[in-house]
Ligand binder design. Structure first.
Ligand code: ATP
Ligand code: MG
Length: 185
């Protein structure tokens, strides 16, 4: 059963929301990520993501009926993961979508547990989430040319919660609104 399907056009219908679960940076981490974006842009060019949009997607739902919010909340409520630190220390580039990103050379076990538990709960409830192997990453550049991978200054991100986000396309780009938050133990 598929309750949600993703579209690239965004959710025009007011009863539908374009949703995803994510890690959202605290202010200090956001500044550090933004500085890394500025630095990577000097190497690889492209379009920098605005600081307030920086995040890691944990599970992507896409266009979803708004009346599913309670059911999604129930899925996220089942996740039990301790708080942890994520060290983002590796720049990466995907040629197929020209994205420059910051990732982790070591994925901590609680991260794997969090992504696994959340996606499993969503799948069990009938949501259609990405089954491809998950690569933890913060998109920093779009339309980037990439190149030799430069050594980068690690960003230490204390992960204390995860969030549900609505994605809206506006004339000046994508806007993301955090609508719910789940603290980690
Ligand atoms: P645009 O689609 O206009 O380029 P965007 O990708 O930033 O903008 P969304 O498509 O709403 O905005 O995606 C929100 C988040 O979910 C982004 O981090 C995006 O990389 C991620 N995402 C989008 N589609 C998928 C997918 N099919 N599987 C996994 N993650 C996805
Ligand atoms: Mg997209």
């Amino acid at each position: 059963m598929t309750k949600a399907s993703s579209t690239e056009s965004g959710a025009a219908d007011p009863d539908t929301l374009r949703l995803f679960f994510a890690l959202w940076p605290d202010e200090t981490t956001r500044h550090a990520l933004d500085r890394t974006g500025k630095w990577l842009h000097q190497h690889w060019g492209g379009r920098r993501m605005r600081a307030e949009t920086l995040h890691i997607t944990l599970a992507f739902l896409g266009s979803t009926p708004a009346d599913q919010l309670d059911a999604l909340t129930a899925c996220a409520d089942t996740v039990r993961t301790d708080a942890f630190e994520l060290v983002l220390d590796q720049a990466g580039y995907w040629r197929h979508n020209r994205i420059g990103w910051l990732g982790a050379s070591q994925t901590p076990p609680p991260y794997v547990e969090l992504v696994g538990a959340l996606n499993a709960a969503l799948r069990e409830a009938g949501y259609c989430v990405d089954a491809r192997p998950h690569v933890p990453h913060v998109t920093l550049l779009r339309n980037s040319v990439g190149g030799a991978v430069p050594e980068c200054e690690p960003v230490h991100w204390p992960i204390r919660d995860f969030v549900l986000v609505v994605s809206r396309r506006e004339s000046d780009g994508m806007h993301y609104d955090v609508i719910r938050r789940w603290p980690l133990a």
